[in-house]
Design a protein around this ligand. Structure first.
Ligand code: 15L
Length: 259
């Protein structure tokens, strides 16, 4: 059985993945915060990813890394710099040093959040980050490209929408991914024999999607869920008077200038 390292394992996405991947892999779970209620096949190793020595200690015996760790929303530059720029570099560099070839990077819809909602974008579009957070995700994608080309690493970038048991608002109807669809995509990222450098969208098969996810489909992704079944209920609960810029762009409130 493969050993998979999950960074940022104490967060929401990590918790969903642990549940979905249980029994399929040995999971080495890492985070700054403790990961609770360890199950069979799970171990917890704490680490601050901004410290290369701590990241290196996670690597021995690992077959693939799911890098979720870091700051997961817009934040102050120093926090983004340490967690998402330095932290991401440390994960790639430690993986290279220890010969861990396969990295699944949790990039984000916010790497392309300045595309308009009336556009359909695929995995080949030029990045248009909507925030410092989005820029840090573009950095991670670029770092993956470098490590794939220069060191032969196998890098699977998932531009994740919003992971939730249910879509939570109008914007998320277009970018929602259910935990079981995310687990399917992650399994493809771990198992597919021909990954070199790929970008896919981490979204369910939503009818309202803004993405042409043909690259994920080419690699075998067949999402089981679609937000449409919950659209009526979600739209009925949507508040009036949304900010016009947020409504125009895919990144929603992340595009708005901070006061
Ligand atoms: C993300 O990238 C964040 O990690 C998550 O917390 C949500 O804000 C999500 O995007 C979203 O756009 O809904």
């Amino acid at each position: 059985m493969k050993t998979v390292l999950i960074t940022g394992a104490a967060g929401d996405v990590g918790s969903h993945l642990r549940r979905e991947l249980a029994g399929r892999y040995k999971l080495r779970l890492s985070d700054l915060k403790p990961v609770k209620d360890l199950g069979a096949g799970e171990e917890f190793v704490p680490a601050d990813i901004s410290e290369i020595g701590q990241v290196a200690a996670l690597m021995p015996g690992v077959d693939a890394i799911v890098h979720l760790g870091g700051f997961s929303v817009e934040g102050m530059w120093d926090a983004i710099l340490q967690a998402n720029i330095v932290g991401c570099y440390n994960v790639f560099e430690a993986a290279r040093m220890y010969g861990v070839k396969r990295i699944l990077f949790a990039t984000s819809n916010h790497a392309v959040g300045f595309y308009r909602r009336d556009q359909t974008i695929d995995h080949r579009v030029y990045p248009r980050p909507d925030s410092r957070y989005g820029v840090s995700k573009v950095f991670g994608e670029a770092l993956g490209s470098l490590y794939a080309d220069k060191y032969g690493m196998e890098v699977f970038n998932m531009r994740i929408g919003n992971v939730n048991p249910r879509p939570i608002d109008k914007r998320r109807l277009s970018i929602w991914i259910s935990p079981r669809d995310l687990a399917q995509l992650v399994t493809i990222g771990i198992e597919h024999p021909d990954i070199r450098f790929e970008v896919v969208y981490g979204v369910s098969g939503n009818q309202r999607s803004w993405y042409d996810n043909s690259n994920a489909k080419r690699l075998g992704y067949k999402p089981q869920d679609d937000s449409e079944g919950q659209a009526k209920e979600v739209l009925a609960a949507e508040k009036e008077g949304a900010d016009p810029l947020s409504e125009l762009y895919q990144g929603g409130t992340f595009v708005v200038i901070e006061k």
